[in-house]
Design a protein around this ligand. Sequence first.
Ligand code: ASP
Length: 402
Amino acid sequence: MRKLALHWQILIGLVLAVIYGLIFPGHVEYVGWMGDLFLRALKMMIVPLILTSIISGVANIGSAKSLGRLGSKTFLYYVVTSTFAILAGLFFVNLIQPGVGADLGLAKMVEGVGTEGKSFKDVLYNIIPTNIFEAFSSQKMLSIIFFSIMFGYFITKIENKHKSFLTDLFNSGFEVVMKITLFIIKFTPLGIFGLVAVKVAENSSLEVAGALLKYFGTVLLSLAFHAFVTLPLILKFVGKASPVKHLRAVSIPLFTAFSTSSSSATLPLTMEAVEDKSGVSNKITSFTLPLGATVNMDGTALYECVAAMFIAQAYGIELTFVQQTIIVITALLASIGAAGIPMAGLFMISIILTAIGLPLEGVGLILAVDRPLDMCRTAINVWSDSCGAVVIAKSEGEQTLV
Ligand code: ASP
């Protein structure tokens, strides 16, 4: 018998959870432990995930940058477009406020938020740990991220022999961490069942559904803005290329990204389309696209930001300017760190939530609608990679077909 795809299992888990929560509101303790175990497993992966993903991500970008002008341009394109994406998400989530007012009964669960009321100075001080092991054990995200960036960056500055050993080591470490994460992901339907049944028993599920729908719409709207306004403008004015022609050229990889939810799995098709149909040289595609598939994720970055803001809103937490800035920066890093595989972005949210001191249980809230959003954000990730290849090719004086 063919195994039911994970997203269907999740959907079934969700429906069963709602039914269970409504029928047996007094007996959720029998199933709640599944959600707790799932969250514990998720928490277990946070530090290894940050360490390996950021160190290997930064080391890979760093060695690309040392490839000279092309590397620096690519790097600049990634950071600028991802930041634009995040800002679009931040704008729409503040405008629409999908989580505000939805009394999900969550507000009472949070007492003081980690960085609440902290000034920039406090945050800065916290970034530099006095003892990195203490930072690991108390899950001080910003410190761990800072240390990982430094470590990754300086890997690129050491003797070749050590550099390639350490880069391989952290790349391999990341592979293992992702394998474990994928194993945990298999239990998502059970985790969802436990988490959602408890939530449904606590409050009216209709309100949750309404807020989720608004959240869903906010992510889609922001993604659409980035894909159809920001990136085409960059393509047109920086790359002097035709966005419509290029969109047509890469339609097959975009649909593939949409249906597989994986930038990495789409990579061969992206390379083929950008080379043959958009006319970018192999020299540029073979450098920018593989790197972009794992490092440049505009859709994921945007999604991270909107999701974290939504969870904060649902918990009734007003985030300060400092905290929103932390979200922007961590969302950027999380997108760089996320692998180009299905659901990778969802797990990266745990990093952002922990960085601003929001409860990880919030992930349970957005799990339900993650798959369709994953499909959309992956398509935007690939769209941005392909636009980047064209912009960089043009800036190198290439004559492309778009
Ligand atoms: N699925 C996305 C990708 O492969 C990553 C994510 O989960 O956001 O690009």
